[in-house]
Design a protein around this ligand. Structure first.
Ligand SMILES: Cc1ncc(COP(=O)(O)O)c(C=O)c1O
Length: 365
């Protein structure tokens, strides 16, 4: 018996030495790595039976499967790129740099992938929902697409309620991910009506509403991921952060994180001017103000005209090669206004999604 133990140790040591690399997850941990029972070949025949090893940590043996990321694991870590032409006189002559955070590079195509993953994961961790449950959400598009993807990955049924005047691309993407759509007549009250209907359906026991407008996990997604990314990508040099405002999850989370690093960073919110319709963002009436919204976290508001945002979306694509959505271009209009007032600033704006999502509107024609 003692002899077997000695030999066993020696074989293990040899296996360690010969291992080309340990089995690790994409994030460098060994958690969840698959274990394997391995029969050691090549040792004396009588010992083979005794050498069947039990489950061993992957860090020790190289016989485990590498754990690859899921599609959900690829949310975040989006690029930050410098604008070269559009800033013009407001840019380098004033010592300003304008940077675009490309959230359209997320797997379901928008900044909302972060919020969707955060809201579903955390609700699951708290035991509020479990795979197989039905989730309901009122959405103007991007959140719906992101939730539909996350629900597909995690095994939930997804019901999305949206006004019927939103783009066909958005609807098609949601159904592609397997979500059920309920279209509400835009004339009947747009997003406000959709939000009320979602809560009514929850009260009738038809499913659980994540409520991106009141859910702190929406904001948390940016405190935990977008904020640290941006801080690291700018080496802490960011002076101004500009975001279009919808649920306000992005701007609230970024304000919270960035201010915790440097209280002087200016937070600028872009909202549609009176009479302008820019998909994904709103200046909400008082009764529908998102519960996660805290106006004290925003230093300045810029009202953006729809025509200016659409024109800038075309310029962003044709002059900078960045094919973003209309609200993203609206944020850039706001960023340029800031750049014209300041010097030696590092101004970051969020490109919430990609222009492909708006092709059917004809805005890029
Ligand atoms: C196109 C677009 N832009 C901007 C936003 C605003 O992001 P947030 O809801 O975090 O304020 C959204 C939100 O859904 C959006 O869909």
């Amino acid at each position: 018996m003692a002899l077997i133990v000695v030999l066993q140790r020696r074989v293990i040591a040899n296996m360690r030495a010969s291992a080309g690399g340990a089995c690790v997850n994409h994030d460098g941990t060994h958690k969840g790595c698959r274990y394997k029972y391995v029969a050691v070949a090549g040792v004396g025949a009588p010992l083979v039976g005794a050498m069947v090893l039990g489950p061993q940590p992957c860090s020790v043996y190289d016989f485990c499967m590498k754990k690859y990321p899921t599609i959900e694991d690829t949310v975040g870590a989006t690029p930050l790129v410098r604008l070269q032409r559009i800033p013009g006189a407001a840019g380098e002559p004033r010592g300003n740099v304008i940077l675009a955070k490309l959230e359209g590079n997320n797997p379901a195509g928008s900044v909302k992938d972060r919020a969707a993953r955060s809201m579903i994961r955390r609700a699951e961790e708290r035991g509020d929902i479990k795979p197989g449950d039905t989730l309901i959400e009122a959405t103007s598009g991007n959140t719906g697409i992101a939730l539909a993807m996350t629900a597909a990955v995690r095994g939930y049924k997804m019901v999305l309620i949206m006004p019927d005047n939103l783009t066909l691309e958005r609807r098609a993407a949601m159904t592609a991910y397997g979500a059920q759509l309920i279209l509400t007549p835009a004339k009947q009250g747009g997003m406000e009506y959709a939000r009320d209907l979602a809560l009514e359906m929850q009260a009738e026991g038809k499913g659980k509403v994540l409520d991106q407008f009141a859910n702190p996990d929406n904001t948390l997604a940016h405190i935990e991921t977008t904020g640290p990314e941006l801080w690291q990508q700018t080496d802490g040099r960011i002076t101004h952060f500009v975001s279009a405002m919808g649920t306000t999850g992005t701007i609230m989370g970024m304000a919270t994180y960035l201010r915790s690093k440097n209280s002087k960073i200016q937070i600028i919110g872009a909202q549609p001017a009176e009479g302008s319709q820019i998909p994904g963002i709103r200046k909400w009436p008082e009764a529908y103000q998102p519960k996660i919204y805290d106006p004290s976290k925003v230093d300045a508001f810029e009202l953006i005209d729809q025509a200016d945002a659409e024109n800038m979306a075309r310029r962003l694509a044709s002059e900078e090669g960045i094919f973003g959505g209309i609200s993203s271009a609206g944020a850039l209009v706001a960023a340029l206004r800031v750049a014209a007032r300041v010097e030696n600033a590092t101004i970051v704006f969020i490109v919430c999604d990609r222009g492909d999502r708006y092709l059917s509107t004809g805005v890029f024609n």
